[in-house]
Design a protein around this ligand. Structure first.
Ligand code: ZN
Length: 725
């Protein structure tokens, strides 16, 4: 074949392929776990199916529910969506189908993308105002689906609660997804404010077939605002929706000319091997895709922290310097000053009665002792201080940032004030400058935010979000702050959360290596949007050993253990075994000690030092990198519970075993997971509660790991390694 003819043949082939691409209205995306078939219909796109390789397909019958109308100058217009083939894009990693409306002029992009060769696939819908006037749009869900399922197929639904306030007695839910099942789970930043409220979920759900392979799909939402996931099973259909929370309705949001509305990103993934199989993929994906590479590069992440809240609001310079000395002696990585250091709420300057030389000298002293320095700040809260630089709720310049007019007798609490609406551009700008000043002036390595960071509804009509419904709103007070419930609550949270993300993205960009702790009155902000903007979560607001283990058990189903912080507080420990149990209950993820370590006995002090050393050398590498298995039912404080880490690459693992208050069960048999049946493993009991021995994987995975502990409220760490013989 001559060169000329070969070139002509190649050109013809390119032309044919090019035409095929132009005419293409279907596409596929895949990772090693998840295959999606996608289709662009003439008036709307559709996820056709989800497949876990080698397993029966999940066929979807629902087209994506694109918004059907929009409002221009208060007049409702029905939208006619038409597929724009030329503007659409298909590649191996991304599919973006574009739809246009001519009146009013809107462009909708329906996008799916793979971020890794494994794990779930992300999805987002963006709606851009191409018109010259303001347009209001109704609720656009992130994803709706209607899987065709055989009415006889047994399915299970798996979801987990946030550890907000106190972990509930259930926390991890594994329930039959039977005919007539109807469920909605919600997430926001202020769950469980009232005990009568339903528990909030981490915005994620898993559905599995109840068979030997335990395969299925899971989906989550990468957003911290008001969101919900719903599931309904009827006849041959499993329907669901996920995205912003449409309650209270009607939701609407404003689009200025050129502005884009973005649905919260959702991810959808397939899995095998039940909830732990899904979790081991998802946790790694969260780390690789949402996590901060700068943070994970540090081999000392997750850090061991000593937090000043053990002394409460009484913290001062002398006590801080003393804590720093003791932290260094204990081998801690970071000294963390909690609430109590500032002049008053909203006035984020050191209280000079307590810190006569300011805070930077404390940070410098921590650095001199080889420690990082972290600080608690409730930076979206206004108070009543009239000092220069303070955020004073009565200041006419900032008065409008409050979500409602505060009554004349309003006063902040000692460390909680009135949340401002970060969705207001001036408020966002102020907050951006304020956190930048705090980080720089006080020489921070870590910034912890707390309080209710995101406004709970808003009564204002001149903010970027929708106005409240005057006939259907409720204003109330809780935790020293005013709150508003109305049809605009979801839109308020949409704007405020995006402002928070912008602030932290900029801060992260300007201060590489700066760590962010996400606390929102304990574990109220545990979601995948926060995971993409911060480094670790305070997972509950109750810090006894059982609450710490429960919150960890729940949260570790979906988020990397390194990101899950347990605060270890003072707890009765008559025996040294109880003391180790207390510490280890907070040592499965990020460990923060929140008790006065100077009050420990010499024996406890020495024990803590050994445990911290063990954590840093042996446990931390597993917490960062190993697979995790929930090898017991959820902790109840009475019976035994345990967590297994197994790092197949390093052929090394550990089992955390906890005996509750039980007087009768002195020995417990654990069934391990993730091992190889024919391999022999060396089993080493760290506290020598039993002699070390070599056991086959088959035995370990059929209940042969027996642990005996003579005392209630005690623990053992059992290390595991592949045996050479
Ligand atoms: Zn507002």
């Amino acid at each position: 074949m001559s060169l000329v003819i070969r070139i002509a043949t190649i050109s013809l082939l390119c032309l044919i392929l090019g035409l095929a691409a132009l005419g293409q209205t279907s596409a596929r995306l895949q990772t090693s776990d998840t295959e999606l078939a996608l289709e662009a219909g003439p008036i709307g796109p559709r996820l056709i199916s989800l497949t876990v390789p080698g397993q029966p397909r999940w066929e979807n019958r629902a087209s994506e529910g694109l918004i059907a109308s929009a409002f221009v100058s208060d007049k409702e217009t029905t939208l006619q969506w038409t597929f724009d083939r030329d503007a659409s894009q298909i590649s191996d990693q991304q599919v973006a189908f574009v739809y246009e409306s001519s009146s009013p002029r809107l462009r909708l992009t329906w996008e799916w993308r793979t971020r890794q060769a494994y794990g779930p696939i992300e999805h987002q819908i963006r709606i851009k105002n191409l018109d010259s006037q303001e347009i209001w749009i109704p609720m656009q869900d992130s994803l709706v689906f209607n899987w065709q399922v055989d009415p006889g197929t047994p399915l299970e639904h798996f979801f987990v609660e946030k550890g907000a306030n106190t972990p509930s007695p259930v926390g991890t839910h594994q329930v039959a997804l039977a005919q007539g099942y109807h469920w909605t789970g919600t997430s926001s930043t202020y769950g469980d404010l009232n005990e009568s409220d339903p528990r909030e979920i981490i915005p994620w759900s898993l559905v599995q077939r109840k068979d030997a392979a335990r395969t299925g799909w899971y989906a989550g939402i990468e957003f911290s605002g008001r969101t919900r996931i719903s599931l309904t099973r009827e006849k041959d259909s499993l329907q669901g929706a996920m995205g912003l929370n449409p309650d209270l309705s009607p939701f609407r949001t404003r689009l200025m000319p050129g502005e884009v509305f973005e649905t919260p990103v959702v991810f959808l993934g397939g899995f095998r091997g039940g909830a732990d199989g899904a979790g081991n993929g998802l946790r790694r994906w969260v780390r690789d895709v949402l996590g901060n590479p700068e943070t994970w590069k540090n081999p000392d992440y997750p850090l061991v922290v000593n937090n000043s809240w053990g002394l409460g609001m009484e913290i001062n310079e002398d006590l801080a310097l003393r804590m720093i000395r003791d932290s260094a002696e204990l081998g801690v990585d970071m000294f963390h000053v909690d609430a109590g250091w500032f002049r008053s709420v909203g006035d984020w300057y050191p209280n000079l009665q307590k810190f006569p030389h300011g805070l930077a000298v404390i940070a410098d002293d921590a650095h001199k002792h080889g420690l990082k320095f972290g600080l608690w700040v409730d930076w979206t809260q206004a108070g009543l201080s009239t000092e220069p630089g303070a955020l004073n709720a009565r200041d006419p310049k900032v008065h409008d940032w409050m979500v409602t007019d505060l009554p004349a007798d309003w006063k902040p609490e000692p460390f909680k004030g009135q949340t401002i609406d970060l969705g207001v551009p001036e408020a966002k700008l102020w907050a951006q400058k304020e956190v930048e000043r705090i980080v720089t002036d006080y020489h921070l390595d870590m910034l912890e935010h707390d309080g209710y960071l995101v406004a709970h509804g808003c009564d204002r009509t001149d903010h970027p979000h929708a106005a409240p419904d005057p006939l259907n709103k409720c204003i109330y007070k809780s935790w020293g702050s005013y709150w508003v419930d109305s049809s605009n609550s979801t839109d308020v949270s949409y704007h405020a959360v995006r402002a928070y993300y912008d602030i932290y993205s900029k801060l992260r960009q300007d201060h590489p290596g700066l760590l962010f702790e996400m606390c929102n009155d304990g574990g109220r902000m545990v979601d995948f949007g926060s995971a993409a903007h911060g480094d670790y979560f305070s997972i509950t607001d109750t810090y006894d050993p059982l609450s710490n283990r429960r919150a960890f058990y729940d949260t570790s189903h979906v988020l990397p253990s390194a990101m899950l912080e347990s605060y270890v507080e003072k707890w009765p420990t008559p025996r040294i075994e109880n003391f180790r149990y207390m510490l280890r209950s907070g040592m499965m993820g990020w460990l923060t000690i929140m008790t006065d370590t100077n009050a420990w006995s010499a024996e406890q002090h020495a024990e803590a030092k050994r445990e911290i050393d063990l954590y840093k050398k042996e446990l931390r590498p597993l917490i960062r990198d190993a697979n995790l298995y929930h090898i017991s039912v959820r902790p109840d404080g009475v019976h035994w519970d345990g967590i297994e880490y197994w790092d197949a690459a390093r052929r090394h693992g550990v089992i955390y075993a906890f005996r509750g208050t039980t007087e009768t069960e002195k020995t417990h048999a654990f069934t391990l997971e993730g091992l190889q049946t024919s391999v022999r493993y060396l089993v080493k009991f760290h506290d020598h509660s039993s002699p070390d021995r070599t056991v086959t994987g088959r035995e370990l995975m059929t209940g042969a790991l027996k642990v005996t502990l003579p005392f209630p409220n005690s623990s053992e760490l059992i290390f595991l390694e592949e045996s050479a013989h």
